[in-house]
Design a protein around this ligand. Structure first.
Ligand code: NAP
Length: 256
């Protein structure tokens, strides 16, 4: 499958995995629709990709938790941008690392609203066009946390288990429409993720990635690109990708 002039819609494109996906798909000739709350970051990325690869992009400030914001974007795209070929549902976050019985409600709301409801809102608006056109690929960035619960991960793990179930549901419900769905479960990836989890505490965030070689956003984007570039009759449904030093959600070989 060639990506030249395909329209790729990436949520959470201002950092980490989403930003790397934007770059890698742009290099293959795709046109990009980039969303994030930090508009300055995606505008700058669009400019960089324009000068590196000649990429055409649209950028939108959007909080995926707010249905009306997503709707205003998806339902009002210029005609030539409205046939989205690939949706990368990447926007997501972890907040806090507390025992369930000490959980902070606001953190729960934020994770559930972004990781589950945001992904659903975007998909609900984009998938009907894909089904109607009998063409499309949805790539959901879930997590190893959705397969294996780790201590204090409770609600984040639950949100990613939900993403995995949603990926399966999409695949089943769109069966017969030539739609492909790929669920990607990364292990530890060095991005802004840990900094966001620890509410901006850089020192605490850095300890997550010390003593071993974590994945980068590029490694995960590479999986998305692999899935997207298989022939149309091949659907890569599920990918679990970890650093070599990570055997499971909790077993990580570190040399500190
Ligand atoms: P990151 O560097 O923090 O990037 C997260 C992206 O999501 C940012 O672009 C952020 O943009 C966007 N985002 C967050 N909340 C949003 C909202 N309400 N509306 C719109 N955009 C929002 O983290 P990352 O590691 O690349 O995470 C990407 C995905 O991978 C997430 O779903 C995460 O759960 C998953 N994941 C990460 C890891 C890891 O170890 N890093 C492992 C497994 C899975 P703005 O802040 O500008 O809105």
């Amino acid at each position: 499958m060639k990506l030249k002039d395909k329209i790729v819609f990436v949520t959470g494109a201002s950092a980490g995995i989403g930003k790397a996906c934007a770059d890698m798909f742009a290099e293959e000739g795709a046109k990009l629709i980039l969303l994030a709350r930090r508009k300055g970051e995606i505008d700058q990325l669009a400019e960089e990709l324009k000068s590196k690869y000649g990429t055409e992009s649209l950028t939108f400030k959007c909080d995926v938790r707010i249905y009306d914001e997503v709707e205003a974007i998806v339902n009002h795209l210029p005609d030539e941008w409205s046939h989205i070929d690939i949706l990368i549902n990447n926007a997501g976050l972890a907040r806090g690392l507390e025992k369930l019985h000490d959980g902070v409600l606001q953190n729960w709301e934020e994770m559930i609203d972004t990781n589950i409801k945001g992904l659903l809102y975007v998909s609900r608006l984009i998938m009907p066009g894909m089904v109607e056109r009998k063409n499309g690929h949805v790539i959901n960035i879930a997590s190893i946390a959705g397969r294996q619960v780790y201590p204090n991960g409770n609600v984040y793990c639950a949100s990613k288990a939900a993403v995995k179930a949603i990926s399966e549901g999409m695949m089943i419900d769109a069966n017969g429409s030539d739609i492909r769905v790929t669920n990607i479960d990364p292990g530890l990836v060095e991005t802004e993720f840990a900094k966001v989890r620890f509410h901006g505490d850089d020192e605490k965030a850095a300890t997550v990635y010390k003593g071993y070689k974590p994945l980068t956003g590029w490694d995960v984007a590479d999986m998305a690109l692999f899935a997207a570039t298989r022939p149309a009759h091949v659907c890569v449904q599920d990918i679990l990708v970890t650093p070599t030093d990570q055997a499971s959600a909790t077993i990580v070989h570190k040399e500190l």
